[in-house]
Design a protein around this ligand. Sequence first.
Ligand code: NAP
Length: 287
Amino acid sequence: MSSITGKTRVCGIIGDPIEHTMSPAMHNAAFKALGLDYAYLAFRVRKEALKNAIAGLKALGIAGLNVTIPHKVDIMPLLDKLDPLAEKMGAVNTVVNEDGILTGYNTDAPGFLQALKSSGIEPKDKKIVVIGAGGAAKGITFVLAEAGAGLVILNRTPSRAEELAAQMARFYKQGLKAMALSEANLEKALAGADVLVNTTSAGMVPDVDLTLVPARLLRADIAVFDIVYNPRETRLLREAKAAGARTIGGLDMLVWQGALAFEKWTGHKAPFEIMKQAAVKALQHEK
Ligand code: NAP
């Protein structure tokens, strides 16, 4: 953002809490780099204020919005249109306002897919082991299944893994298994696997010594993607690297979801590296 004018278009993020978001740093750096007259702000919106916030978005002509916890599901019935992928996933993280018509998209999981592909991994026909069955896991397993991967989902609470697998089985027919998260099941699931994805918060600050995967199960031929982005290198990634595996961190996913939202709002190709540098800097300021 260079200077605010009467023509400046506004984008932003709503959530609660919101003060630790890195999105303003990423997007404002991108607007500045491309010389676009846009500004991006963070708005703390409590659950009970969501409806009014969306009416305000329309009234003020805010161009675009990111949506984070706790609003990703509740916002859906308040929008005019839903992108089919967001509808299938049951969560919206990006809203585009086109002349008062609000369309909801999900760029979280496509951001994950972009990060995976950018590291040279094509998911089609790969065997992918996913740990976790929460909000992030839902989108990630959908895009992986859509891309033609076979999936094994392991979760601490087995019923959630089973529920997720059952939801997906309505859309996808390829290999899809749910298991309880245990060392024995992990060992079974990782036999012949190509990629391991941690979608749980294990290993995130302050619990940086926590990992759900014993180091002895990590191998050079299993790429490891940990969606946790703080710290940038989790214990899981460190141990995977030590085992000779290719590793991908959560920051790339975060920046890609932002880049894809930026492109929807502005119609311009997002400056990925600039957004990543801004996110890294914002993350350092968090410490
Ligand atoms: P969520 O909906 O609360 O789900 C949390 C998941 O983690 C559940 O499957 C939960 O298992 C599991 N879990 C948590 N602590 C565990 C532990 N100690 N042992 C075993 N399993 C554990 O959260 P979410 O929204 O999916 O987010 C998960 C993580 O992803 C967070 O760290 C978040 O910051 C990160 N994330 C990153 C990005 C990115 O762009 N990089 C995007 C979204 C989220 P149960 O079902 O048994 O409780």
